[in-house]
Design a protein around this ligand. Sequence first.
Ligand code: NDP
Ligand code: HEM
Length: 480
Amino acid sequence: MSKKKQTLTTSAGIPVADNQNSLTAGPRGPLLVQDWQLFEKHAHFNRERIPERVVHAKGSAAFGTFKVTGDITRYSKAKVFQPGTETDVLLRFSTVAGERGAADAERDVRGFALKFYTEQGNWDLVGNNTPVFFVRDPYKFPDFIRTQKRDPRSNLRSATHMWDFWSLSPESLHQVTILMSDRGLPKSYRHMNGYGSHTYSFINDNNERFWVKFHFKTRQGIECLTDAEAGEVVGGDRESHQRDLYNAIENKDFPTWRVCVQIMPEAEAETTPYNPFDLTKVWPHGDYPLIEIGELTLNRNPENYFAEVEQASFSPANVVPGISHSPDKMLQFRIFSYADAHRYRLGVNYESLPVNLPRCPVHGYHRDGRMRFDGNGGGSVNYEPNSFGGPVEDPAFREPPLSISGDADRYDHREGNDDYSQAGDLFRLMTAEQQERLFGNVARAMDGVPEEIVRRQLDHFEKADPAYAAGVAKALGLSR
Ligand code: NDP
Ligand code: HEM
């Protein structure tokens, strides 16, 4: 306590003599414009907020480790999968629809965004707590998200808009069923699974390609809230997920997930009865069993939320040698979308921010731009090719060619696509009690929705399983 305190300075380092009293003409004022320290303080304050993420604005994050326990080197040459390797990670959880101040315990999908700081660059796996998604064509993403956000006139969230869109987009049924099930409202971020959701690819040392899906199975056990329990939680604590995660880690009760993959040989994608690149579908475990590859542990809270969570940027574009993308249209568009959002939200030099900076050397030719706050490449050569020893490409990192066929066209993604079987499979694996809660959750979520829209949605439930439609209709007090 007796330690001598540091002198307060302005951001230019100039000592401040008085941080309590503005400079005024006489004790009663008015203010003097020459009190530039007062103006600087407010000018900075007025610029403290940056744009929130357009989706997944409310989030919580922690640092930790991914440890490899299995051997999948025959599928992927990625350094991050070498047996025994431990890699530092950042995991940001989020809700999707709410703004930055939204309550945590809401029925919503949860984000599960991982940054692996590997020795060959940052690998970002930007997934959710569900293995599928609401739409399968990126054209529909902004429309879908608007139905989850606020009505332009009332500024309220609109159940009518949600069910209108979903009932006109049957590909959403699988994800809607998960959202309305117990798992659509996790008790905390620690008590849910994570999924890469998309199909990605692995490339091995022989330059062979495999298709892969990532699963993160919680070791804390799945725990969920009913709508009624969530109402009570939110009434008492709007930050229940943030508090739970932060306190668990402070108390050294480190949450862990079993990391698993499903692997499909490249050629098999031609023969599966479903399109393995369709984000509204899972690969059944019976066909592609889970292979355990490692363990993910969160063990350190961020020191500063803004610097390490708000400024964190995750992008599905960031894959490292041995891991790559797939033809999934949604994934393809996400490769563009995230960096675009980061340039808007954080500025063009966002990847040099400490939380985003790779933990391996970075040798590139990007220079200048707003808020360039590192050495900007110093005096090194800034074009390529050059005769001055600048970094050069290495063909050893080339991927095997991907065979593609077909005419360029706008193909109807709903044609010949079975949107019902997997949603029905999920319904049928629920216990009678889980199904009852599903009916109640759907009925509550449909409160105030016009009957025409409700009936259109019931027709989709019917096609997944007649008992699904009957149960929801009963909960709504509607005849079928
Ligand atoms: P399995 O019986 O092998 O697996 C069922 C899966 O469903 C398990 O992963 C289980 O997760 C998960 N599950 C249970 N309840 C819910 C719920 N309310 N919301 C989301 N997931 C839940 O079946 P199949 O692989 O043949 O798939 C059958 C259905 O299971 C699919 O249509 C899909 O809806 C769902 N599912 C499948 C996944 C897959 O990758 N194959 C992944 C997740 C769901 P857990 O093991 O953690 O209890
Ligand atoms: C965040 C776009 C689909 C998971 C975001 C952001 C954008 C975006 C622009 C904000 C990024 C930022 O400001 O940092 C899209 C588009 C999609 C899509 C265009 C479809 C075409 C998905 C899917 C998943 C997903 C399918 C999961 C499988 C996430 C997560 C975040 C996020 C977890 C938050 C990342 C973080 O914690 O910073 N998305 N998204 N998105 N998205 Fe998507």
